[in-house]
Design a protein around this ligand. Sequence first.
Ligand code: PEP
Length: 251
Amino acid sequence: TPNVRPLVAGNWKMNGTRDSLDQIKAISEGVKGDLSEKVESLICPPATLLYVATALCEDSPLWIGAQDCHQNASGAHTGEISADMIADCFGTHVIVGHSERRTDHAETDHLVRAKAIAANAAELTAIICIGETADERKSGQTLDILKRQLAGSVPDDANAENTVIAYEPVWAIGTGLTPTSENVAEAHAFMRAELTRRFGDEGAKMRILYGGSVKPSNAKELMSVDNVDGALIGGASLKASDFLAIYNAYS
Ligand code: PEP
């Protein structure tokens, strides 16, 4: 998208112990340089590594974020993490509504929107994930699903600063399968139109990432599709060399 800085983001999911900080350090070094003026980078490690990871990246353009937050600011919610706690650890972004959260924790669009609102209230950028299942694609419902998820999950005061959309076809996550460039182009053009209709200029500039089996070998092709403003990367973000190869697809 013209005049939009792409974002290459990694989601470590439930992977990573202190040993893995070496990979974060290598990524934080690898993204230093001219490309960082054109392309943003982010790693979302598990919450246990958040504070030490941000300390490691103090002098790097690499942002560090979290994978989820609670919708409330504080209180009796054992095991949960608030958006303020993420900000307190110097996290800058939080993923909300990942399909694994929607499936494993029955998260609805309504809840995902509440989480995005909580994230924005703590001055975090919310990365709101949406995407169709294999059955929904087979039965031709993809665009209807995306429309409903965008309408339900994205807050009314979303803008290009506080919100990033991640289109992740559920069937492409962790499977090695990816949609064709034509399918990606169709979905992203549709989301762009929906966002622009609802948010005007902010929607026209809002980043829409593609996620689902992005790897070094397919990054260039996927990232060159119209309206694809970066990637959300699961498996391939765990290895610094793979993450950096995808990031460098923009060079
Ligand atoms: C993800 O879960 O956000 C993801 C895109 O995973 P993978 O890259 O492993 O398919």
